[in-house]
Ligand binder design. Structure first.
Ligand SMILES: [Zn+2]
Length: 241
């Protein structure tokens, strides 16, 4: 029996196999070729199975995304039309337009990333996109910080931040209280951005990864573990520039 659930903008399809007793539990398997099989007891209703799959939707989405990433990873980015690029957790198709004698510009329009360049040059497209991501990162991070920082009683003001491309880190903070955020993080879903910001803001009170630190993080973002898992699953894909 084929069914599907929604997760954000994604639709996750799966096949349900009803097995005779003694099977009692619903188990979910991501098969090597990327399809999903759900084994269920024969007396389980499709609604019950759907609900079980929905509870694991985030995990399934990460698994599928990680799989896509491994396939994609074989191909380095070429910065040509048709390629997909992430912004706030969504894939956007790149469209490169040649504007003879015109200026370079980047626009997000109707789900497409339009890059206008005066000459066909993947390096120029890449540089224009990098600039655009930095601008977006500066805006989005400032907005999220302004929203999240006032919820934390140990902060008397919204901390400042600077952008820095890092190969293996999304953020850090200095003892003086300045945050450093990786501009590539703006490619991740908003909950992942919030997780990184909370992670760093908690360090302004607990400067290590002690049990007290995690208690603090848990108190401000109870489901941080799943947001971190999602970000970890996307890391290679988002950091592939
Ligand atoms: Zn940390």
């Amino acid at each position: 029996m084929q069914r599907s659930i929604r997760y954000g903008d994604a639709r996750i399809a799966f096949a349900i196999c009803f097995a005779p007793k003694p099977r009692r539990r619903i188990t979910i398997h991501v098969l090597p070729e990327g399809s999903i099989r759900v084994d269920a007891p024969e007396d389980a209703t499709p609604e019950l199975v759907m609900a079980a799959v929905q509870r694991r939707a985030r995990w399934l989405w990460c698994e599928l995304e990680a799989r896509r990433e491994r396939c994609l990873h074989v191909l380095p980015r070429e910065y040509v039309s048709g390629e997909s690029h992430f912004y706030l957790g969504r894939r956007h198709m790149l469209k490169v337009e040649l504007v003879e004698g015109g200026k370079t510009s980047v626009k997000l329009l109707r789900g497409k990333l339009l890059v206008a360049v005066p000459r066909r040059d993947p390096l120029l497209v890449r540089a224009s996109l990098e600039d655009w991501y930095r601008q977006r990162a500066r805006e989005v991070f400032a907005r999220r910080l302004a929203e999240l920082a006032p919820r934390l009683p140990w902060l008397s003001a919204v901390p400042s931040f600077r952008l820095l491309n890092m190969r293996t880190q999304w953020g850090s903070c200095s003892p003086s209280g300045e945050l450093v955020l990786n501009p590539q993080l703006v490619k991740a879903p908003r909950v992942c951005i919030d997780y990184v910001i909370f992670h760093e803001l908690c360090h302004l009170r607990e400067h290590n990864h002690s049990p007290e630190y995690y208690r603090l993080l848990e108190s401000v973002m109870p489901d941080w573990v799943s947001h971190k898992a999602m970000l970890d699953g996307l890391a290679e894909l988002l950091l592939n520039r």
